[in-house]
Design a binder for this molecule. Structure first.
Ligand SMILES: C[S@@+](CC[C@H](N)C(=O)[O-])C[C@H]1O[C@@H](n2cnc3c(N)ncnc32)[C@H](O)[C@@H]1O
Length: 494
């Protein structure tokens, strides 16, 4: 790439896509690496003044027992920054020598894109591409037009992309050993931009995402340069099997501010059947405020006189007693398929599940006396908006003396009997609220909701729940209506 002969440092910086990483961010990035080999071959492509290598080296020096040698390879096109880079590398040498780590260094003042494309394409006879155990990168960002030299070079190794940063990441990925790690800070645009689809496919088929970090403020990471891009940091490992779960974290970007971490199933980050391969980054801000709300609640289920149990009818054990349709001598048997917009729709004659169970000496121990019960699904599908799906069983709607709750649902009761109506409806509103769902997702990364999970939650006191129940004149409210109602009552009690 030829640099414009311009006296304007800003224009030059933009041409180079040069935005230097602030030391706290560099340190945070370095902290994201998993275990490293004793000799680490490290790549810093687009090294600038060397902030990322310095942060990486410093972290290795602190954890003395792990790394014994660092072999660093740095690429930096801007000759004007090379003195600063050399000075930072001297600092790396000094720290390594103090920590007893062997530090070797190669700095190339060359175009990383051109050089690596040629080597990866096998066009430079006798110089195979290097390979690395770790790469730390804040690649340059600038659009690259279809007929540019960079675009042609990238195309020669099968990378079709319109920005320098995705070109850098695609090449770095190709230079990692299997199991090699990459921590990068880049604009967030590749996560869902339609033009980045080929890049996403390439990235997600060769790199296993382990962690994503977002800054709540757009300017946070590069304050001095007033970059208004929204940036993310990712940690990925060269390999073809995406994890079942991964960490999404966020921070305000202000120095010293805390980091909120949440574990999500990978399927929530990249949806299994999404042809676009969008990378969803759930907001963790909501999770933080959910925690604050829940921490402010003082009641427990036990203090409310309420118990939650798993449905007692295990259908395959009582097979002979199950009936597709209600008949004389049977009582209602309820499965999650009977949940219907907040209430129970029973019987459901076209459902695959039985609707009734014989009421006899064998089955009676597994039945409960009719009453007002709150039911929750034990397993929700990934498509469901909420993890916690609660529904009311109202004895006025399903007339029976006894009822069977099947094992795929949990039921809230008062010592084996139904709940007081207002309390039950209040619990219904609370458990279906976004705040509880977000709180739940902080600690549960999967779609299963155990009775124990429900027992460990904090709850509003009885009066607040009853007040919520009083205001819920209909159950089938929209999510934001439930949220407004619940939030209003939670605030009123403060
Ligand atoms: C966003 S800056 C990041 C610098 C440094 N890694 C940091 O985090 O502070 C990207 C760097 O890549 C350099 N650069 C731009 N194009 C390059 C290329 N084709 N090859 C090598 N370096 C390049 C720029 O000069 C700039 O210093």
């Amino acid at each position: 790439m030829k640099l414009a002969a311009t006296g304007n440092p800003r224009a030059r910086q933009e041409e180079l896509g040069q935005f230097l990483t602030a030391p706290p961010v560099a340190d945070f990035m370095a902290s994201m690496f998993g275990p490293l080999p004793r000799t680490v071959r490290l790549l810093d492509a687009g090294a600038g003044a060397g902030a990322l290598t310095l942060a990486f080296v410093s972290r290795c020096c602190e954890k003395r027992e792990d790394v014994r040698a660092i072999e660093a390879t740095l690429y930096e096109l801007d000759e004007e920054i090379l003195d600063a880079l050399a000075a930072t590398m001297r600092e790396c040498e000094r720290r390594c020598s103090d920590a007893g780590i062997r530090f070797t260094l190669k700095i190339y003042s060359e175009d990383f894109i051109q050089e690596m494309s040629l080597r990866l394409a096998g066009d430079l006879f006798g110089t195979p591409p290097p390979a690395f155990d770790a790469a730390i990168a804040n690649p340059p960002y600038r659009k690259i037009s279809t007929d540019s030299g960079e675009r042609r070079a990238l195309r020669s190794v099968g990378v079709e992309t319109s920005n320098l940063y995705t070109g850098f990441i695609a090449l770095i990925q190709r230079l990692l050993f299997p199991g090699g790690q990459l921590v990068g800070i880049t604009p967030r645009s590749f996560c869902n931009g339609p033009y980045f689809r080929p890049f996403r496919e390439d990235f997600l088929s060769q790199l296993e995402l382990r962690r994503l970090h977002v800054f709540e403020s757009r300017k946070a990471a590069f304050r001095e340069d007033s970059v208004l891009q929204e940036n993310i940091i990712f940690h990925a490992v060269k390999g073809r099997h995406q994890p079942r779960e991964m960490i999404v974290s966020s921070s305000s970007g202000e120095q010293g501010d805390g980091i909120t971490e949440t574990v999500f199933p990978f399927a929530e980050i990249v949806h299994q059947h999404d042809a676009e391969k969008f990378i969803h980054i759930p907001s963790t801000t909501g999770h933080a405020s959910a925690k604050e709300t829940m921490d402010g609640l003082s009641a427990s289920l036990a203090s409310l006189g309420v118990t939650v149990s798993t449905g007692r009818v295990v259908d395959f054990r009582l097979k002979a007693a199950l009936r597709k349709e209600p008949e004389r001598g049977t009582v209602p048997l309820l499965y999650p398929c009977h949940f219907n917009g907040g209430t129970v729709h029973w019987p459901k004659l076209n459902a695959r599940k039985p609707n009734a169970i014989l009421d006899n000496a064998e089955t009676r121990p597994w039945l409960v006396p009719s009453g007002m019960y709150l039911l929750t699904k034990r397993f929700t599908s990934k498509e469901e908006r909420r993890r916690l799906v609660a529904c009311m069983f109202d004895p006025d709607q399903v007339k029976a003396e006894w009822i069977g709750f099947e094992n795929h649902l949990n039921y809230f009761h008062a010592n084996g009997h139904g709940l007081e109506r207002l309390l039950a409806v209040g619990l219904y509103a609370f458990l279906n609220s976004t705040v509880v769902d977000q709180y739940f997702r902080r600690f549960s990364g999967h779609t299963q909701v155990n009775a124990t999970d429900l027992r460990t939650l904090t709850y509003p006191d009885r009066n607040t729940l009853q007040a919520m129940g009083r205001e819920m004149t209909v159950l089938d409210l929209a999510q934001d209506e439930i949220d407004q109602l619940v939030t209003k009552h939670l605030h009123a009690r403060r």
